[in-house]
Design a protein around this ligand. Structure first.
Ligand code: FE2
Ligand code: FE2
Length: 236
């Protein structure tokens, strides 16, 4: 029915400025009329491809491969945050525990939307545990002391930010739908990283010096327990 309507309602090229003759430049209206007619012809072909249309300009195999890795990373992050939520069970960690839970829920949603996009592009979502372990850009960290948990989560977020920046550049305007998904996820990963860094580090803006924070407390506890220093701090 929509097909019929389009064909019956489409204005004739003459009404839109006429067909260009030799030496004349075609009017924008005519150019768009022809483009739209071509799009309609293309849309009628390859119907089983669903949302993957003739106008798709990226290489779907490359985009699916990137989406699968990103989805594996999201499942890995989800598991890591969820594990940390369970393990940060002491009273002093109550607020941070909620941060872990909020982030876990965000990563679950990212994994869901990447899986949906993979299916739209004709691929298979990366949901099997062995595939997640193989394709995730970072290993899942199962830490049990608060400082290690926060540091591992922050490092994971920072790597994800760089990965998604690259994916967004790769999509460009060739795959706008995928690019917008990653732009949305990137915004949330940036918030995650900033929240974690704020918990771990804080600076006095007037002096530029680090002020005592939970990180200092955690460093002290780690030193008392003889745990190794493995975290580089942000520039002071
Ligand atoms: Fe995420
Ligand atoms: Fe995140």
């Amino acid at each position: 029915m929509a097909d019929q309507w389009h064909r019956q309602s489409a204005p004739e090229p003459e009404r839109l400025g006429g067909t260009a003759t030799r030496g004349q430049t075609a009017s924008p209206e005519l150019i768009w009329q022809e483009r739209l007619q071509k799009m309609m012809q293309d849309a009628e072909q390859n119907l089983p491809d669903g949302a993957l249309t003739a106008g798709y300009k990226a290489d779907p195999r490359e985009i699916v491969a990137l989406l699968q890795r990103a989805q594996a990373g999201e499942w890995s992050s989800f598991l890591q945050y969820w594990h940390h939520f369970f393990m940060a069970s002491d009273l002093a960690s109550a607020e941070i525990r909620e941060v872990f839970k909020d982030h876990a829920e965000d990563e679950y949603e990212h994994a869901r939307m990447f899986g949906e996009r993979i299916q739209q592009l004709g691929g298979v979502p990366c949901d099997k545990p062995e595939d997640i372990a193989h394709f995730s850009p970072m290993p899942t960290e199962y830490n049990h002391d608060l400082r290690s948990m926060l540091e591992a989560d922050l490092i994971g977020e920072r790597q994800t930010i760089d990965f998604y920046e690259e994916i967004i550049r790769t999509c460009g305007f060739a795959d706008n739908a995928t690019r917008r998904l990653f732009e949305h996820a990137l915004e949330e990963e940036v918030q995650h990283a900033d929240e974690l860094a704020t918990i771990l580090f804080a600076y006095d803006a007037s002096t530029g010096k680090q002020i005592p924070t939970m990180h200092e407390e955690l460093v002290k506890i780690a030193q008392e327990r003889g745990q190794p220093q493995k975290m580089a701090r942000r520039a002071s």
